[in-house]
Design a protein around this ligand. Structure first.
Ligand code: CP
Ligand code: NVA
Length: 313
């Protein structure tokens, strides 16, 4: 199959911004159904010939949730999974991404990659003739935010028209929240130090799409009356300037006082791993507004729905 044919027929899940609102809504609805069905696959969501399908998981960075939830998601769907660190592959000693993509496409039925560079993900998708899924890059983390949308809706109903505050580093997870705000139609208020605003490409995309996304530096303004407050680690994987980041981000720690400015029934989200006493205080993370373990669980359910979509269920 040529690259041109691939682009037409293969369903990659690279970024929330790549899919239309209807497809994304379908995936979230499927995720709710998957959760309700437990380990069984609801009628109509079982991918055709799933028992013959194997997903290859490639990790260039550490992972607990993504690694385990994708593997178990494939097993629960009825297929198989193979987990590889990139150093296990010839990729780790210089084989090109394009060659790796074409070889894996001859054996497997899908590839999920956690990549150091977004460019690796795009190159893989360009040459693979099987679906490629983004399991986090330095630019985005779409599977995480799909799980977060599912979690929001379990607690507070449809996210359409609601409001979410992102407080802290304008990082990869924040960018996927920006994509989601546009596609799912909710208000996103971001508070970050100017130097750590989300990357310009994402801001420009939101502007073009006329998304309801505010970006500023004041955490109190951002969280005022919102339905959900979200934060993430101050030091993402691969970043080296920890001391400087911690200093810049100290005013953005989510504590009970800041949570108190949000709506009364607001929820608190964090993709985990969390660093208590840094981006969030222990009492907020462990408190009644925190839904962080629901988010972690929903990675499993939403990824089953994403895989079903990729495999054309
Ligand atoms: N939230 C998340 O992606 O966790 P892992 O790094 O453990 O996969
Ligand atoms: N922003 C974090 C998310 C970890 C799941 C990182 O990239 O390390």
């Amino acid at each position: 199959m040529t690259t041109k044919q691939t682009a037409r027929t293969v369903r990659h899940f690279l970024d929330i911004s790549d899919l239309d609102s209807k497809s994304l809504r379908g995936i979230i609805d499927a995720a709710h159904a998957m959760k309700k069905a437990g380990k069984r696959v609801p009628a109509g969501l079982r991918p055709k010939d799933i028992e013959d399908r194997v997903l290859v998981l490639i990790f260039e960075k550490p992972s607990t949730r993504t690694r385990v939830s994708f593997d178990i998601a494939m097993r629960q769907l009825g297929g198989g999974a193979l987990t590889l660190n990139h150093t296990d592959l010839q990729l780790g000693r210089g084989e090109s991404v394009a060659d790796t993509a074409r070889v894996l496409s001859r054996y497997a039925d899908g590839i999920m990659i956690r990549a150091n560079e977004h460019a690796t993900l795009l190159e893989l998708a360009r040459y693979a003739t099987i679906p490629v899924i983004n399991g986090l890059t330095e630019k985005s983390h779409p599977c995480q935010v799909m799980a977060d949308i599912q979690t929001f809706e379990e607690h507070l109903g449809s996210i359409k028209g609601k409001s979410v505050a992102w407080v802290g580093d304008g990082n990869n997870v924040a960018v996927s929240w920006m994509h989601a705000a546009v596609r799912f139609g909710f208000k996103l208020k971001i508070a970050a130090p100017k130097e750590l605003f989300p990357e310009e490409e994402a801001i420009a995309w939101v502007r073009r799409e006329k998304g309801d996304v505010e970006i500023g530096t004041d955490p109190v303004h951002a969280v005022k009356d919102v339905d959900c407050v979200v934060t993430d680690t101050w030091v993402s994987m691969g970043q080296s300037d920890a001391a400087r980041r911690k200093k810049m981000l100290a005013p953005y720690a989510v504590d009970a006082k800041l949570m108190g400015k949000a709506a009364k029934n607001a929820i608190f989200m964090h993709c985990l791993p969390a660093y208590r006493g840094h981006e969030v205080t222990e009492d907020v993370l462990e408190g009644p507004q925190s839904v962080v373990f629901d988010e972690a669980e929903n990675r499993l359910h939403v990824q089953k729905a994403i895989l079903a979509w990729c495999f054309g269920a």
